[in-house]
Design a protein around this ligand. Structure first.
Ligand code: PMP
Length: 444
């Protein structure tokens, strides 16, 4: 098949697209050419409202001059310098600024920051820190990690081992890990607003796995405080508190994967602040630089950091790091991003809009095929009944229809997931909801 896009005289053959049905996409491509504020513009000049903050990452919207200017300045000042046995000021400055908003209360701030290049790298880093820390405190038999069914923790071998999305694991070997049950339980929780009331007993599964494997084999448990990629699965009330209590009881470290929830998505800087449950490690990426320059960060407690700063002064404490850990240009983008978040109050803006967002989304109840609606902060999901024998096709049709009408949404199976930039205005929320509503009516 000739996959040359004649209109733009552009071949689509060589870019092997990630997480995409390449042949389907290349037959009917959707190409975004520029972006400003809440909107993309496609190659044909059509404006597309961003209902997904890119890929859960452009929290301050697009085309932010403060970020591009900071990046330009940094590129012409210090384009790259290593952080292995060398340093450069901006990486330390960015870590210090992040420490000020780091997750955790005043006595338990996770303010030691390890930089990575992505969410997947943050997850692999956190898993390695957990195992190394356990070993350094004399718990070297603890090498197993507990994840959850349907968990998404990126695509590194560590991340797919603890992740629970079957398609991501199916053909690849994995490190020892086991998974807690994590069902959606629409039957008991359909159309609940905010956190579902039912299902706290799911947290007992950690206890079951401790009994199965022995606490002395388990280093850590990792969860997304709000699971995004699996289709927005919210924790039942009290669930995370219970996980924390069980982890404490057995000396298991708790890791929150906040690659999506970090940087204001739920109306607090981190989900840790939203739930008031403090883990030992927090993984982030995406909103860290407003999605502009690839970067991730792992936030660790002082206890974990200090626990690894042992041995002779001249010994490397953690044999781990990336060429791009603390990349100066990414740090410049990150500092500018934090300044925008602070100046515009974006880390708490989702809390101001949450109720409006909730009411708007739930107005879709009763439309054809809608079996559930979920929301928290500025996250939403509209779940559709699968078409007979063709799971995912109905939501995909709605996605294509919405795009044609100028709205970008995201679909996972038959779930429409929404996460607009945190600068979204009420009128734009109305547009998002009415565009989806019209598409649902047409799909009927
Ligand atoms: N963890 C979570 C919770 C995520 O949502 C994602 C990405 N959606 C990742 C990890 C992986 O991040 P990246 O794609 O930057 O590697």
């Amino acid at each position: 098949m000739d996959q040359t896009n004649l209109k733009n005289e552009r071949s689509l053959e060589n870019f092997w697209m990630p997480f995409t049905a390449n042949r389907q996409f290349k037959a009917l491509p959707r190409l975004l050419a520029s972006a400003e504020g809440m909107h993309y513009t496609d190659v044909d000049g059509n404006s597309v409202l961003d209902g997904t903050a890119g890929l859960w990452c452009c929290n301050a919207g697009h085309g932010r001059k403060k970020i591009s200017q900071a990046v330009e300045r940094q590129l012409s000042t210090l384009d790259f310098a290593p952080t292995f046995q060398m340093g450069h000021p901006i990486a330390f400055d960015f870590a210090s600024k992040l420490a000020k908003i780091a997750p955790g209360g005043p006595d338990a701030k996770l303010d030691r920051v390890f930089f990575t290049g992505s969410g997947s790298e943050s997850v692999d880093t956190a898993l390695k820190i957990a195992i190394a820390y356990q070993r350094s405190i004399g718990q070297g038999t603890r090498t197993r990690i507990i994840g959850r069914e349907k968990g998404y923790h990126g695509v590194g071998f560590g991340g797919i081992s603890v992740g629970g999305l079957v398609n991501n694991r199916r053909v690849f070997p994995q490190i020892p890990a086991d998974h807690m049950r994590h069902t959606l339980d629409i039957e008991r929780n359909a159309f609940s607003k905010g956190l579902p009331a039912n299902g706290i007993e799911l947290a007992d599964d950690l206890e079951r796995l401790v009994q199965l494997h022995g606490a002395e084999t388990i280093a850590a448990a990792i969860v997304e405080p709000m699971s995004g990629s699996a289709g927005v699965i919210l924790p039942p009330k009290g669930y995370l508190e219970k996980l924390r209590a069980t982890a404490d009881k057995y000396g298991i470290m708790l890791i929150f994967d906040e690659v999506i929830t970090g940087f204001g998505r739920l109306g607090t800087p981190f989900a840790v602040d939203y739930f008031g449950v403090v883990p030992d490690l927090v993984t982030t990426a995406k909103g860290l630089t407003n999605g502009t320059i690839p970067m991730g960060a792992v936030f660790a407690s002082r206890k974990v950091y200090d626990g690894l700063m042992v041995g002779p002064d001249n010994a490397i404490e953690l044999f781990h790091g990336y060429t791009y850990s603390g990349h100066p240009v990414a740090c410049a983008a990150g500092i500018a991003t934090l300044e925008i978040y602070e100046e515009e109050g974006l880390l708490t803006r989702a809390a101001e809009l949450a109720e409006y967002w909730q009411d708007a989304l739930h107005s879709l109840k009763g439309l054809p095929h809608v079996v559930d609606i979920r929301n928290l902060g500025l996250v939403g999901a509209v779940e559709l009944a699968p078409r007979d024998g063709a799971s995912g096709t109905r939501a995909y049709d709605v996605f294509v229809d919405c795009f044609k009408k100028g709205l970008l949404i995201r679909v996972t199976g038959d779930i429409i997931a929404l996460s607009p930039p945190l600068i979204v205005e009420k009128g734009q929320i109305e547009t998002i909801v009415s565009t989806i509503g019209d598409a649902l009516k047409r799909a009927a």
